[in-house]
Write a protein that binds this ligand. Structure first.
Ligand code: SD4
Length: 328
């Protein structure tokens, strides 16, 4: 068993030396591994994926379940008041409400999600409770809030941080109340993991696009759009402009492409190309996808430059730059 301290020590060591034992991933579009499985492994979006993976790794490295790992993992950025794209520290909608979206799936194909949820620190745990304690998949808004409160979650009135409030005031002054969608509006955390038992799970949680219209829901809580897991194949998750991800059912598409023989990398590339085909302004937006198959191979791809992701396996936790479509 690897303790947290050992893991951090090993991570620091790994970044200073040649890294071995990482799964196959990245630009080299490889065929699914037949030479054994990289497990456990957890991958997640953006730089905040590093501390999130640390929390997930603690569970995975002690033989825990991928579902617990992804929930505990994404709770780290949810609880960070300085994270402006996940949790209650996130940017508000254009009316000044911080509204949260989250989804989770386990290895049995069970799914839970919440959307348009306010005042709750850990929407991912409410999503899990929807999955485990109700006959439903998705609860939204006031109903999701009431469900959370009835099940022991505490209301938070932490409000916007001074930095976020200043962003919002500036936005109001400059944008005449028009929601703006551009390349810089992203940073959801999506996380997928494969545990020692060979089971996959996924989680995704976000405050959504900053300065969105009140009531707007993105891809993150929509099963198959922002995240999808199928224990026969693997799992995928998304970040970036949710409208584009929803239109192609991005994460489900990637899992189905893997089911039909694509590697995680090939599947992520295909999904981004599908957006390029279907969404006319694709060069003006960012979407990033991550995928993991049952052999522990990883894929990542985005529309434009700038997407990065964290991979933790074999006692190492490292950040990688994703390849991307629009090179000009
Ligand atoms: C959404 N995918 O709501 C999210 C946006 C994102 O932080 O990445 N936000 O569309």
């Amino acid at each position: 068993m690897t303790s947290r301290r050992d893991f951090i020590k090993k991570s620091a060591f790994a970044s200073a030396f040649v890294v071995t034992g990482l799964p196959k991933f990245g630009k080299s579009a490889q065929l699914p591994s037949t030479s054994g499985t990289t497990k456990p492994i957890v991958i997640s979006t953006w730089k905040h994926g590093i501390p999130a993976n640390d929390a997930a790794w603690k569970i995975l490295s002690s033989g825990g379940r991928a579902l617990d790992a992804v929930e505990q993992g994404v709770m780290v950025p949810e609880a960070d008041p300085n994270n402006t794209s996940v949790g209650l520290g996130g940017n508000p909608d254009r009316d000044g409400h911080v509204t949260l979206d989250a989804s989770i799936m386990d290895e049995k194909g069970n799914a839970g999600s919440v959307a348009f949820l306010e005042h709750i620190l850990h929407p991912i745990s409410v999503a899990r409770m929807v999955m485990e304690k109700t006959p439903h998949v998705m609860l939204v808004g006031e109903g999701a809030y009431q469900f959370a409160i009835d099940n022991g979650f505490k209301r938070s009135d932490q409000g916007m941080t001074p930095e976020v409030k200043a962003n919002w005031e500036k936005w109001k002054a400059e944008n005449k109340y028009n929601p703006k969608i551009d390349k810089n509006n992203h940073d959801t955390i999506g996380m997928v993991a494969l545990d020692n038992a060979g089971d996959v799970s996924g989680a995704c949680t976000t405050s959504g696009l900053g300065m969105k219209m009140h009531g707007r829901v993105g891809d993150s809580p929509i099963i198959g759009a922002g995240m999808f897991a199928d224990n026969d194949v693997g799992a995928a998750c998304a970040t970036g402009v949710g409208e584009a991800v929803i239109k192609i059912c991005g994460s489900h598409l990637i899992v189905e492409l893997m089911r039909n023989g694509k590697t995680p990398q090939q599947a992520c590339e295909e999904a981004v190309k599908r957006i390029a085909k279907k969404v006319s302004n694709y060069k003006d937006i960012q979407v990033g996808f991550l995928a993991l198959n049952k052999a522990g191979d990883v894929g990542a791809y985005s529309i434009v430059k700038g997407f990065n992701y964290a991979v933790a396996c074999n006692g190492q936790n490292r950040l990688f730059d994703s390849d991307y479509l629009v090179k000009e």
